[in-house]
Write a protein that binds this ligand. Sequence first.
Ligand code: HEM
Length: 221
Amino acid sequence: MTRPSPTPARRAPARLGWLVPAVTVGGLLPVAVLVSDALSGALGANPIQRATLQTGLLTLALLVLSLACTPLRLLTGWTWPARIRKTLGLLGFGYAALHFLIYLLDHGLDLTLITEDVLKRPFITAGFTALLLLVPLALTSTPRAVRRLGFARWTRLHQLAYVAVSLGALHYYWGVKKDHTPPLIYAAVIAALFLIRFLIRFPKRGHDRSGTRGAGRAAKS
Ligand code: HEM
């Protein structure tokens, strides 16, 4: 989710310095809209449900965009996706936390009720597990955490992002009542991203079984 970009960020032209602030501001805009809609009563008859749906959709969209950065960079050679990957991942985590907070408030912060819900409803279990998996990724998104863990372990840990996002899509699929097309589209996009990544990397690793070259390439993802 929040993989750092040691080389590409340095190689990216200086004129792209606006990119991360722009993505951050753009990514936070929906919160401002949500708050303003909530205050003006524009969230409709069931504002809690509306806010839960909006934050859930934003979580999934941002996490998928974050996952798309590496395949896009590998396919095109562009360096800018690597610059915004971490920001997108952290924004996605922020929306997941907000989504969960709204859920907690909606359930009156009743921990017994919430625990029961998490344990008994697969839809909630999947969302909650996805959120739990995102926590270590967000906590280790700093360059210091990468140094402390070592790059190989850090990279392995951050592969959990695919599991978390897939669980998010499953949670979405189980959550929708009528039209299952949107969650299926998300699932297809996630599968395609995973496949692209695998297909691009696999032959390169296969060339050099000593792993030296593979490790070098992994360090750039
Ligand atoms: C990465 C984590 C998560 C993602 C990506 C995510 C995504 C989503 C999405 C896309 C929806 C919209 C479903 C629809 O349109 O019907 C949704 C709804 C919902 N989510 Fe999550 N979610 C996550 C975590 C959680 C967690 C941790 C909880 C609570 C424990 C939760 C509780 C809910 C509830 C209750 C709804 C349904 C709202 C309603 O229909 O009234 N989600 N989520």
